[in-house]
Design a protein around this ligand. Sequence first.
Ligand code: PLP
Length: 384
Amino acid sequence: MPAKKKIYLDYNASTPVDPRVVKEMLPYFTEKFGNLSSDHAFGWDAAEAVENSREQISRLANCKPTELTYTSGATEAANLALFGFCQKNKNKGDHIISCKTEHKAILDTLGALENRGFKITYLNVDGDGNIDLKELENSITAETILVCLMLANNETGFIHPLKKIAQITHAKNVCIMSDITQAVGKIPIDLKDLNIDMAIFSSHKIYGPKGVGALYISKKNKIHLDPHEFGGGQERGLRPGTLNVPAIVGFGKAAEIVFFEMNSDSRRLLELRNKLETLLLKIEGAEINSKEANRLPNTTNISFKNIEGSQIFRRLNMLAVSRGSACTANTVQPSHVLLAMGVTGEQALASLRISLGKLTSLEDIEFAVAEITKTIEQLKTATA
Ligand code: PLP
């Protein structure tokens, strides 16, 4: 009997690299291996490839190529942005506003800034994940230098009204940065229209390789950062060190593919996601988190009442789903996102994040529903 296939439903954690991306990257490991800082044909080839990728990525996000700085991922970009901005602007104030439901890449960096004397206000959210825009406005003081709010939440898919938030923030002469990592490649992104000052995102969420990402810094809004890494002056001195050309080429190609295929992929995934939710909601005690909110088309977060959370994961071994963000998945703590939304600790532990992607089929969804339904029913009878 052939071994049963494991079903991957954790695309918000990471995506497989698209074979077209791999093909584009391969020559840059071997014949086109030059260091882009070298002033000869090998270096020029590498430099051209890096700039070509910058164009491809900027097209996806609707910004200028010169507004993008390559990093090793969204986490490094968050560190460069937050530390660089706060250091540069510390004479203007020491207060930052963020939200309880941000990713650890932001929360932990803000925590490090707090240890260095900055004051952080973490906005509350309602049961769907919405911040109160009045609370945001009222939290801005004369000392506030930055608002930091993600576009789409990695656990629930909740989408913040970022353009409106940027308007409120700018009206008070405060800058805004956004973690757009989960939104890129799933919904159209127009950085020019959003009019935010800084943004961070990552290649491995859009079928590109791991270990490469980008920091967007608005030229129009004249944002400047103090450098926090030092070396050979690459990336205008903000992120020095020899660039990972194959990964950057892959990031660019992934961005190009996503630019053309996102709309049809997202439509298909939304249909699958809706089907998944309809079927899962037939389980007694099942509740979709952020159900009524504007959400990413590929993400569902579902909680089950009166079930011991740790048991669900032990039994669901044919499915790769997540109980929280992947970065904190090794520590079995209730999700800070769900807790902030008012979900009880017990119910948060009995929650699944299911995120669909390019390779997800209807059969995968049907299999997942059957496995989850069976598991929950077994756990109910075990505890009855
Ligand atoms: N921000 C969000 C919303 C994410 O989902 C992730 C990845 O899980 C990150 C930041 C970190 O990205 P990277 O792995 O590129 O550092």
